[in-house]
Design a binder for this molecule. Structure first.
Ligand code: C2E
Length: 539
């Protein structure tokens, strides 16, 4: 039974944790966003509502002021010698009757209401000192208790003796069901309130500046202010923030399900992406079960004689639908997913089969197998290679394993495993040399047999490239370390000739042959063998 590596399991756990974390963020994110939007929308709507109420208060305050000044102007115009004459009281009655906010109109002398639209008040009714006097000379008494209306206070505004008697909160009497709402009217030029129903903060007026209207959140209140275009008045309404919370709740009832639906959609997309990512891993697992992998072999040529002396086994994946997936794609994915050791195991099985069925008769021929980093993570590979030798009957030197620099990162363990592999008379090649980060000194600590010159360096041969001197250095270095060089990716005769003159004996590349199926390789080897033996007969 094939086992997944520990690294693969850890990687999966990590991926799962990341997906769960992202899912949580994805779920909480939209709901949080929905609530923030709901709050912002709630604030917006409460500000609009407060603004509407402030504008209503202003309309009333403006109308009251207009009716007051109209009354005053009419009585002044009448030029009555005696303000409390029968005819003037008649006029007062007409004015009170024709205005809807003035309950009565009267005449004040000193602090006494002498007469009014209600008649002559004997020696006059005391109405006390004014609470405020505006720059326009309007005296305002905010709450006066008159004997003719003993149950409630009235407001008396007076100018030049002519006074309007009104309901105490006439400007504030707007239709609203909002509990705890504060309403008021400021007289501009100070911060004094002409009227108010509660504790209005005078500092709120500062928010208005030169604007016509403004609304804002201040502590426990959503406040709105509106300036009168006709009088020096500013209406203010403050609604308790609790209404904002209620509005948020209402909006949240709509927004949260909306957020949840968005979250669900995002999770679906996330799961789709996660699935898509794991598809390759699942596909590899299925491919292993269905035996979709096979090997092709790229011949290794002796540059001195032109003979095919070995071959590198390269894995191929043909899916059941005929699609070919290149190793550059699935090998790194298998390495990431911890499936590479299972692939190596399959490669060893395939190599064993191919050797037994195709290459058994070629005794001076080697087969090279690619191993990955994970293969050097345990002794298991040594046992597997030993079994391969036993089942195929390969002679010493007929099997080579290729390890990349990156595959030998764990120096101590790799060194030990390499030593064990070499003790089985299996050759060890370092692949893609020069493309990793390992130092030359590290290389000298490993017991190796071959050094493969990477195609990227072979490509520079004969070119005016900055790296064109690298192959010469690698060859010299291999010689000093007593390693045999195998040049990879030879595509031109010029490259082959250069390598040969530099003393490189072995090479592979499309100049000689691409990777071919084992039966084809065996056929070629057979025909080459017969040509050689015929030539030897001739000599
Ligand atoms: N352009 C050009 N390319 C040439 C030439 N000669 C050879 N090649 C290609 O270069 C790659 C050489 O293999 P690699 O460096 O070990 O690089 C291999 C190796 O790292 C990995 N791989 C292949 N088979 C196995 C396997 O069985 N096990 C493991 N672990 N990795 C494998 O996949 C890589 C790619 O393999 P392939 O696609 O088969 O590609 C092969 C081969 O087809 C040439 O003259 N010109």
């Amino acid at each position: 039974m094939m086992q997944e590596t520990k690294g693969g399991v850890l990687q999966k756990r990590l991926a799962f944790s990341v997906i769960v974390l992202i899912a949580i963020i994805v779920v909480i994110g939209p709901i949080f966003a929905a609530l923030s939007i709901a709050r912002a929308r709630g604030l917006e709507s409460q500000q609009a509502e407060a603004s509407k109420l402030a504008s209503n208060v202003l309309v009333r305050a403006d109308t009251v002021a207009k009716q007051f000044f109209d009354m005053h102007d009419a009585l002044i115009k009448a030029h009555a010698d005696n303000p409390c004459s029968e005819s003037n009281i008649d006029l007062m009655r007409q004015l009170a009757f024709s205005s809807n906010y003035l309950r009565a109109v009267g005449f004040v002398a000193g602090n006494s209401l002498v007469c009014s639209s209600l008649g002559i008040q004997g020696n006059g009714l005391s109405i006390g000192n004014p609470d405020m006097i505006t720059p326009k000379g309007v005296s305002i008494r905010k709450a006066v208790r008159l004997p003719i209306a003993s149950g409630f206070d009235v407001r008396i505004s007076e100018k030049d003796g002519y006074a309007a008697i009104m309901a105490r909160d006439v400007a504030l009497d707007i239709d609203t069901h909002t509990d705890g709402m504060l309403k008021g009217v400021f007289y501009l030029g100070g911060t004094e309130l002409v009227t108010s129903n509660g504790n209005i903060n005078p500092a709120w007026l500062d928010h208005l500046g030169s604007k016509q209207g403004v609304s804002f959140l201040d502590g426990d209140y959503v406040v709105a202010l509106h300036r009168s275009p006709n009088y020096n008045l500013v209406a203010v309404v403050a609604t308790p923030v609790v209404y904002l919370t209620q509005n948020v709740r209402k909006l949240a009832l709509v927004m949260v399900p909306l957020g949840a639906v968005t979250a669900l959609l995002l999770i679906t997309v996330l799961v789709w992406i996660a699935r898509h990512q794991t598809t390759m891993q699942t596909m590899i697992r299925t491919a292993l079960k269905r035996h979709e992998f096979h090997l092709v072999y790229q011949p290794v040529i002796d540059l001195r004689t032109g003979r095919w002396v070995g071959a590198e086994a390269l894995i191929r994946w043909r899916r059941i639908n005929g699609e070919m997936i290149p190793p550059d794609i699935f090998i790194p994915e298998a390495e990431r997913a911890g499936l590479i050791t299972q692939i190596t195991e399959r490669v060893l099985e395939l190599v064993a089969y191919d050797i037994t069925h195709h290459f058994k008769s070629f005794k001076d021929f080697h087969v090279a197998i690619n191993l990955s980093a994970a293969d050097f993570g345990s002794d298991r590979i040594v046992g597997q290679l030993y079994r391969l030798l036993r089942t195929t009957g390969l002679a010493p030197g007929q099997l080579i394993i290729e390890a990349t620099e990156r595959g030998l990162i764990n120096a101590e363990e790799s060194r030990r495993i390499i030593r064990d592999i070499r003790s089985l008379d299996i050759g060890v090649a370092i692949d893609d040399f020069g493309t990793g980060y390992s130092s030359l000194s590290y290389l000298t600590t490993l017991e190796l047999d071959y050094l493969k010159i990477d195609k990227s360096f072979t490509d520079t041969i004969g070119k005016d490239a900055a790296a064109s001197h690298v192959p010469t250095h690698i060859i010299a270095m291999a010689r000093s370390l007593k390693l045999q060089c195998v040049a990879e990716g030879v595509e031109t005769a010029e490259q082959a000739e250069f390598l040969r003159t530099q003393g490189v004996r072995l090479a592979q590349g499309w100049l000689f042959s691409r990777a071919i199926p084992p039966a084809e390789l065996a056929q070629k080897l057979r025909s080459m063998k017969s040509v050689i033996s015929k030539m030897e007969d001739l000599v």
